[in-house]
Design a binder for this molecule. Sequence first.
Ligand SMILES: C[S@@+](CC[C@H](N)C(=O)[O-])C[C@H]1O[C@@H](n2cnc3c(N)ncnc32)[C@H](O)[C@@H]1O
Ligand code: SF4
Ligand code: SF4
Length: 366
Amino acid sequence: MIIKNLLKKIPHACLLYFTYIRSITPRKTVNLFFSKVSRRIGSITPSAHPYIAVIDITNICNLRCYHCPTGKKLYGRKPGFIDIDKVKKFMVEYGKYLFVAHLFSWGEPLMNSNVGRIIRLVRSYRVSTTISTNLNTKDKARLEEICESGLDYLIVSIDGATQDVYSRYRVGGKLELVMENLHYIKDYKQRNKLQTPIVEWQYLIFDHNKHEVEAARILATNLVDVFNAKSGIVPKQFHVAWFGTKRCPFLWSNVVLQVDGGIGACCNLIDKEDDFGNLSTDSFKKIWHSKRYKGARSLFSPKLIDRLEPDLKHPCLNCSLVHLQPHLKEYLQKNVHVRSEDIASVHEDDTIAVRYSKDKEPVRTD
Ligand SMILES: C[S@@+](CC[C@H](N)C(=O)[O-])C[C@H]1O[C@@H](n2cnc3c(N)ncnc32)[C@H](O)[C@@H]1O
Ligand code: SF4
Ligand code: SF4
């Protein structure tokens, strides 16, 4: 009860960081410090390791959200579930540096029947775990499993207070089922005296649902720990999401373990061809200092601009953040592989993924 009352007083952003406390070790702290320094000075071969991991435990989903490539069935790689041995291999090498692992990227994590085992495995390395879910499941045992596994933070994506408005974005979703599940989790935690997962109602605000934010806030009262209403990204205005960001926030601190063992630099890059390496063939250290990683980091150093290959082929070149770099303006205009000067055109399939190659067609499955 005391902890619960305390949690209510802590603002949302702090609450998520609060879950990282159990992850702190001297080694991780030193690594974090050097990672920050490397980014600040723009080192292209950082000695520090990433301290945040995204582990995409499945890229399959039961909904069809309008701006999500998975929702549109525009997969960038074969749909599937991650092999738990790949997660083990990754954790053995990197668990000692990680503060948090986000166990989702482009799919619905609760569809993976191993979700509880994966949470336990990751937590055994003293790494905090988060999941974002649409919570459209009838499997109450799975809800119990994620509570019992020790999951630290659960984000539930609910962008409406009525079925009609909710399902405009979460196509195929049932608000009644989601609400039933939220009550179930709340009761289960209470019955079993569990403090975690901390549950967040995430409300993505778009034009079609902004009038229901306050009604949703009322529904969320006393049901979840955090109500977080924030702007949803509209692909053609993606650059707005970077407001205030100068250097890429991911290239020095994050790593994405894709569902098939591929290593990606950030969640925006989803296509297989855009991976920075694969753990089945290379060690992470080699990938971290590969030409692709070094090339990406050097895009953010004005003093290295003269060293860039004139027609460099690189997945980050179609990222709206790269297009916002004033020192790259001329370079991007000249590079024949860059899709267009217009940032918006990189999202021409109207999803929030960054697509690179001119001739590449996303894999459509149905
Ligand atoms: C691709 S989803 C995968 C996890 C899960 N299926 C879900 O929707 O919560 C990852 C996160 O992206 C968010 N998301 C989806 N569409 C978005 C958009 N247009 N702008 C910002 N975030 C978005 C989801 O709400 C979720 O928190
Ligand atoms: S945003 Fe999440 S729920 Fe919606 S289609 Fe994508 S993966 Fe599924
Ligand atoms: S695509 Fe953009 S956000 Fe992602 S790693 Fe490259 S530069 Fe950073």
